[in-house]
Design a protein around this ligand. Structure first.
Ligand SMILES: [Zn+2]
Length: 270
């Protein structure tokens, strides 16, 4: 079947990376049923011929006005679609959309008219924020990492940076590869405006990965593989903590001196 990705290797590589990550999310048990979301700003890989293509359907309202997204293009997971299906066939379980000049509506320009995730407004809101801040981040990921979610059922880990400090101290690479730590957002109704606002506020405090209590993570990074890696590194640290607890003791964690030494040696933020 003809695809709009034919003869567009750079755009295809971006979408292949989304499919690869979707497969990892399923294999790790982080993406049950249609759980999780991915959106990627692919504007820089959209050529003039693609820009000139007609939409597959009439324009739809985003539900909000996002001035920084004028003329932007996104790959979005389809609403109700499974990550494990997206891994096999990203263009049948997701679509490309372009934001129209009113900054309030979008059109689907893709192989099939797959309707984007119901979380589109909150994801696009984050992309609008990232562009406004001048950040090079292109990808946003929401998923349900088992051990990190389990951690948020314990009150003490919900305090600001308590989980970050513990996770960083489990294995040196955690701070090296997730240097901004894990932001914490208290439980709020999924898909609510309140949750979207709290997520944006936490990103604005400097975190790349935001934990939603008893639900999952929301991560942003330069591309989808890097966003996945940050969550993977944090969840690995949570698994080490749990493994030590399962052996019947409280893990010691790296000392404050060891953390300071590594922070200086790797030139990480304090
Ligand atoms: Zn979720």
């Amino acid at each position: 079947m003809h695809s709009i990705l034919d003869n567009r290797p750079e755009l295809k590589a971006q979408i292949d990376a989304v499919a690869e990550v979707a497969g990892y999310l399923w294999m790790k048990g982080w993406a049950e049923r249609n759980g999780g979301n991915i959106t990627v700003n692919v504007t820089e890989w959209v050529d003039d011929a693609l820009r000139a293509m007609p939409a597959l359907e009439e324009a739809r309202p985003i539900g909000t006005v996002l001035p920084k997204l004028k003329g932007c293009w996104f790959y979005c997971k389809g609403t109700g679609r499974r990550m494990r299906d997206l891994a096999r066939d990203p263009m049948a379980n997701g679509s490309l959309i372009r934001i129209l000049d009113d900054c309030a509506s979008y059109e689907i320009v893709a192989d099939r008219p797959v309707l984007p995730t119901s979380e589109l407004p909150s994801h696009l809101n984050v992309h609008d924020y990232l562009i406004g801040k001048g950040l090079p981040y292109k990808a946003s990921l929401h998923t349900h990492p088992i051990e990190l979610v389990a951690l948020t059922h314990g009150r003490k880990w919900l305090q600001k940076d308590a989980a970050t400090r513990m996770l960083w101290s489990m294995i040196p690479e955690t701070k090296a590869f997730c240097p901004r730590g894990l932001g914490m957002v208290p439980y709020m109704l999924p898909s609510s405006v309140e949750l979207a606002d709290a997520t944006l506020k936490t990103l604005d405090e400097g975190y790349d990965v935001v934990m939603w209590e008893k639900h999952g993570v929301f991560a942003v990074d330069t591309d989808i593989m890097n966003a996945f890696d940050q969550v993977d590194v944090l969840n690995k640290a949570a698994q080490i903590y749990i493994a030590a607890k399962n052996m019947g003791f409280e893990p010691e964690g790296m000392s404050a001196e060891q953390m300071q030494e590594m922070t200086a040696a790797f030139g990480l933020p304090k």
